[in-house]
Write a protein that binds this ligand. Sequence first.
Ligand code: PLP
Length: 254
Amino acid sequence: MTRPSHVLVVAGSDSSGGAGIAPDVATVSHFGAATSLAITAVTAQTHDAVTALHVMPASLVAAQMRAALSADPVAAIKIGMLATAEIVEAVADVLAAHTGIPVVLDPVIASTSGTQLLSDEGIACLHRKLLSLSLIVTPNLPELGILSGCGSALTNAEIAAQATRLLDHGPMKILVKGGHAEDPMSIDTLYSKGEPPRRFTSPRRAVAMRGTGCMLASAIAANLALGQPIETAVFHAKAFINESFDTEHRRLSN
Ligand code: PLP
């Protein structure tokens, strides 16, 4: 019997189920892959606030990753909330020993409600150690501004310049989520070294949904684990997010 492809999700839990590992696991199983887990932090959250946060020891995060990697055929790794520089370093050390597995890095820095989910030292460490170990990084506009050290981009030319700056630090691809925020369409742009950018356009939805960043990165990782090339993985992941917005829209309209 063949064993299913696993996605190793390295992420935090959110008691509301809105973000973090709950949507990660649901997304991976939607695409028919199995999930292995390394939990980085436990958070207590309502849909409007983070009310408590407990960070796992970095050695325990690394131990979870190593156990998952030896227990099952891990075919892709999705990284979300990392909380501290110590955890970023520990994750980077494990990844450096498994460079054949594609890594999807969602550079989670803060919750929508405003709580910092990665320390300032952690941001610097992620920049130094994790970008170069990732196949694709999926920042939103504020995350792109922080990681490129340039502040929030105001024009599409500034977004492209910031993405190019990040590509110089090692990842093969950067998927910038959301495009220029005033566009009537929601445009995600995939930047690759030495290739023209590819745009993924969908109508900007009137519904707010938490956890879409987690879902998008997990959907890309699941498709990579199932053997899809990276651009096809992004295409399927975007279609899945659009379907999820439509489902949420219909639910709210009933
Ligand atoms: N909590 C956890 C554990 C997360 O991983 C994330 C994002 O990845 C968030 C909260 C932030 O989600 P939101 O922006 O929907 O609040």
